[in-house]
Every structure is written in C-alpha cells, then in structure tokens.
Ligand binder design. Sequence first.
Ligand SMILES: [Zn+2]
Length: 106
Amino acid sequence: MNNRQSELETLRADLKARLSRYEAHQHREDGALEKDFEEQAVQTQNDEVVDSLETETRAELIQIEHALERIRHGVGEECEGCGEEIDPRRLQVLPYTTVCVACAED
Ligand SMILES: [Zn+2]
C-alpha cells in the first residue's frame, strides 16, 4: 500500500467519524418543545451550521472514495481530464485530487 492510499484511508475514517457525529446531532430527540423561543432559535442556527458541514463532509468523502477507486484501478496518478501524470507534489498536498493543475484550473 502506498502512502497516499493509507493517507486517504485515514482521512476517510476521520470524515466518517465526523459524519456520524453530525448525524447524531441532527437526529437527537431531546424535547425541543420544552425550550423557550430563544433557545430554539439558537438550536435552529446550530442545526443549519451542522447541516452544511454534513453536506460538505459528504462531498469530501465522495471525492476520497473516488480517488481511492482510481488508485485501486492503477490510475491514481493519472489525470482524469487529460490522462497525463499528475505532479507528485500536487498529490502530496492534495491526496484526494484526481486531476492535474491544468485541468483543475479549467
Ligand atoms: Zn489534466
């Protein structure tokens, strides 16, 4: 297993753990009706923040799964856009990327 793959797998585990915390937050049932209005407003705000974090985390996870998939198929270092090799330095900084600099800028 190469470094990038294990890095991505660690990242994936982290994101999954984060997601389940967000889900636990969103699905809690703690008698919201008993709270006063101000508390409920704060709660709603928190829910919205967690909601967007959850969406963001899901998107990151999909990207990581996608990169891992390409590594498994032996094309992890190939750009998805143009088929050229992705600069290893770029992969070091962005292990989840699947396109080269030129294609990312398009
Ligand atoms: Zn490219």
